[in-house]
Design a binder for this molecule. Sequence first.
Ligand SMILES: NC(=O)c1ccc[n+]([C@@H]2O[C@H](COP(=O)([O-])OP(=O)(O)OC[C@H]3O[C@@H](n4cnc5c(N)ncnc54)[C@H](OP(=O)(O)O)[C@@H]3O)[C@@H](O)[C@H]2O)c1
Length: 316
Amino acid sequence: MICWLIRDRLKEKNLSGKYVFITGCDSGFGRALAKHLDRNGFRIIAACLSEKGCQELMASTSQSLKTVLLNLTDPSSIDDAVKFVRKETEDIGLYGLVNNAGRSMPMAPTDWMQLEDFRTTLDVNLMGLIGVTLKLLPLLKKSRGRIVNVSSVLGRLACIGGGYCVSKCGVEAFSDSLRRDMHHFGVQVSIIEPGFFKTGVTHLESIERELFRLWNQLTPEVRDSYGEKYFIKYLRMQRLSMNKLCDADLSKVTRCMEHALIAKYPRTRYGVGWDAKLLWLPLSYAPTFLSDMMLRMLLPLPRDGKNQASRFQIDV
Ligand SMILES: NC(=O)c1ccc[n+]([C@@H]2O[C@H](COP(=O)([O-])OP(=O)(O)OC[C@H]3O[C@@H](n4cnc5c(N)ncnc54)[C@H](OP(=O)(O)O)[C@@H]3O)[C@@H](O)[C@H]2O)c1
């Protein structure tokens, strides 16, 4: 244990002035990481989805931080951002790539979704992440650099319908195969698995707006199988879990991202937050019958699901 702790604290030397490219810097973890690394001497290329995001970030960082527009659902936008990174880093190369951008909504029971609802999330969280990584791999191999992919505890325990868990399980699989393939070239790949934090992806009003949209477009048959009471309880459960679980301290996540970039021996996975360490990750290792039972206790019962009701149901 002591050896592990000492090894974990060893840092790479001479990282000052190295280039790190971070996606999703308009808000949340991406913005916090860009500001933190900028203060600590890295040269940051921060990708934002909007012009407003770029301007707000530039107003609060040093002149060495550069921003670039990036919409991960648009291949030509990915090409433009990659060209920009190539040009900026041609002197000393690209040291780090942090694939952070993501979206979470819509999240709801699976039969409330249309195929398009899955696609909107998968295009950003998975296909966008893979697209950027493939295009920047030649630069990262040249510099024997680092890749940090932001997944989620929901990439380890798929417990909500919609594209989010599917995309994050995909990020886990992609990162595992990438790590094994890149090992020979000295490129290290780490996965960040945050629990619930207060950011755009856990914004309660947006989650509720999406739930109302999905509920209102359900066919009468599907809606009847759940019943109005289910919807009300589902909303209440969302409110309760977002208010109780979400941690406002984003530095817990950015410290792990930084460790993955600067440690001599970066970890393969970083579970971040008390809920990740004490609840979600242990539950992901539990036998399926146990994790299913625990999750059934947290979620309300559909009206037509009463006959199969779990004896352990908790009324939220
Ligand atoms: N917060 C949590 O509890 C939590 C937990 C586990 C994992 N995560 C993951 O952490 C990462 C960062 O999210 P966050 O929590 O910091 O939320 P956030 O504040 O919403 O950050 C997500 C970032 O991605 C950007 N983005 C959205 N769609 C995009 C697109 N099509 N192309 C390029 N960029 C896009 C957003 O831009 P706009 O702000 O302009 O929309 C924003 O800058 C995500 O991958 C998320 O899945 C978050």
